[in-house]
Design a protein around this ligand. Structure first.
Ligand SMILES: Cc1cc2nc3c(=O)[nH]c(=O)nc-3n(C[C@H](O)[C@H](O)[C@H](O)COP(=O)(O)OP(=O)(O)OC[C@H]3O[C@@H](n4cnc5c(N)ncnc54)[C@H](O)[C@@H]3O)c2cc1C
Length: 458
């Protein structure tokens, strides 16, 4: 690990041209808890050649390198601007959901009809197995909590919505979800005082995300991949189908390139990815270790991954080592990220949900930039069949589990395989652009105000 610059909390993908060079990790609990990062190959120090280059060493870049090496014998070179898992990968809630993008299953049905929703659901189950088997792999150390997924209704109307969603899951998709009343939530899971009931999904695995990423990195390198940290791609040219990726230490020449830069994608990286996702900030806090009395007072009986139904939703869980992790969306720009009012928003939620924890110390507070696709669905594609350029992006806040499957598919595409699932909407088109993109952030301010009102009244 080579640190060249301190962490900059004000970095903003819509304002800055690059996520930096050798920037230190964000101050997340995962970083503290995971211990030292695995060995990497240091910065690029000379011109070099590679068959395949992956840009970005988050879940996607690392797992794609791992699958390329393990399943296709391709020893890729990963170029990471900063550190292994530096982006969202080291800052998320570690919630591995059965979710492809951000749309609910009823939205799939409305958008594509029952048949396609069934196919997407079957595909998501198959993909979730990729994630599940990695969390059980003896070479992977990620502290998995395979307890399912609890969606807590924050209002009576939200509970009605969950009941309808659960009926759809059971009757149309054959996915055995259950609804629970408030008393059952309190008795079996947690004493969240905002709960009006919940929907329990059988699939859902919470992990220590940075440990998972470190495991991907170790396996990838053991199978021959190289991971160059502190090596941002600053300029990209293509001549006769060969890519030249310029980093501060040298130019890397490659036959094929996989882009795995998610919400940290600079608009100037490549025209095929410019403005194809909307970077949206999410935050997270971790409390000090809770006492047994506090755990009892909050009725925290499970380490299940939990989300509430607000538009500006909270995601939270009791970690196995007895800390509460909780986060939401609040700040919009990098310049405003450290404003104390965003931390206050999370503290207020802790106090509402678990009054015994009002005012508790939260030694870790960090944020990251999620890659929200303009239609809320991710893509794993070769956007231009004439160019050996591939990407997997647009996870829309659900990348912990999805990135495992997406990376396996991305590796297969890069290796030249044609995917049998290519008719599904996550494979058959590039990420869409958005006509209002230049003013979307202005719209986001208004939308957050609207969501805050909606979350109070419905
Ligand atoms: C606070 C927060 C909470 C979240 N919680 C959850 C959750 O509980 N469950 C869930 O499923 N998802 C969650 N997510 C989303 C999830 O973390 C992401 O979907 C996932 O980590 C994306 O992984 P990635 O590898 O695609 O991208 P990232 O981990 O963001 O990695 C992108 C990497 O690309 C590098 N890069 C960018 N440009 C260049 C360049 N030019 N050259 C070289 N390198 C470059 C960056 O430095 C970065 O390391 C959360 C996100 C945040 C911010």
């Amino acid at each position: 690990m080579t640190v060249k610059q301190p962490y900059n909390p004000h970095y903003d993908p819509l304002k800055d041209t690059s996520p930096g060079e050798g920037v230190d990790y964000a101050p997340s609990y995962w970083r503290y808890h995971a211990g030292p990062p695995p060995e990497d190959d240091g910065p690029v120090t000379d011109d070099m050649e590679a068959d395949v280059v992956l840009i970005g060493a988050g879940f996607t870049g690392l797992a794609t390198a791992m699958f390329l090496a393990r399943e296709h014998g391709i020893k890729a070179v990963v170029l990471e601007a900063n550190q292994i898992g530096w982006g969202c990968t080291s800052r998320n809630g570690g919630q591995g959901h059965l979710a492809w993008g951000r749309l609910s299953r009823s939205q799939w049905v409305r958008k594509w009809g029952v048949d396609m929703a069934r196919q997407l659901h079957a595909n998501s189950l198959e993909g979730f197995e990729v994630f599940k088997s990695l969390t059980q792999d003896p070479e992977v150390d990620c502290e998995p909590q395979p307890l399912g997924n609890l969606l807590i209704a924050h209002s009576p109307q939200a509970m009605q919505h969950l009941e309808a969603e659960s009926r759809l899951c059971n009757n149309i998709l054959g996915y055995r979800t259950r609804t629970l009343d408030r008393a059952t939530v309190h008795r079996d899971f947690m004493g969240d005082q905002e709960s009006h009931g919940a929907m329990l999904e059988p699939e859902g695995i919470a992990v220590q995300p940075l440990k998972l990423a470190y495991s991907y990195a170790r396996i990838a390198r053991r199978h021959g991949a190289r991971i160059h940290t502190s090596s941002p791609v600053q300029h990209w040219t293509t001549e006769n189908g060969i890519h030249y990726l310029q980093t501060p230490g040298g130019t890397v020449k490659a036959r094929a390139v996989g882009i795995a830069t998610a919400g940290y994608t600079s608009p100037n990286l490549h025209s095929l990815t410019a403005y194809r996702n909307m970077p949206i900030m999410a935050n997270s806090v971790w409390t000090r270790t809770l006492t047994d009395d506090e755990i009892e007072a909050c009725g925290l009986r499970s380490t299940i991954l939990t989300t509430d139904t607000r538009k500006l939703r909270y995601y939270y869980r009791l970690l196995p080592e007895k800390r509460l992790q909780i986060g939401t969306r609040s700040a919009i720009s990098g310049a405003d990220a450290q404003n104390a009012r965003h931390l206050d928003v999370v503290h207020a939620a802790i106090a509402r949900k678990f009054p015994a924890l009002a005012g508790i110390e939260t030694p870790w507070f960090s944020h990251g930039w999620m890659d929200i696709s303009h239609d809320m669905m991710p893509r794993i594609v070769q956007p231009d069949p004439k160019q050996q350029i591939f990407y997997s992006q647009g996870y829309s806040g659900n990348g912990v589990s999805f990135s495992a499957y997406a990376s396996r598919q991305l590796a297969a595409l890069i290796a030249g395989q044609s995917l049998p699932e290519r008719h599904l909407p996550i494979f058959n088109s590039p990420l869409p652009a958005h006509p209002l993109r230049p003013i979307r952030r202005m719209g986001q301010h208004l939308l957050y105000k609207y969501f805050q009102v909606l979350d109070k009244v419905s």
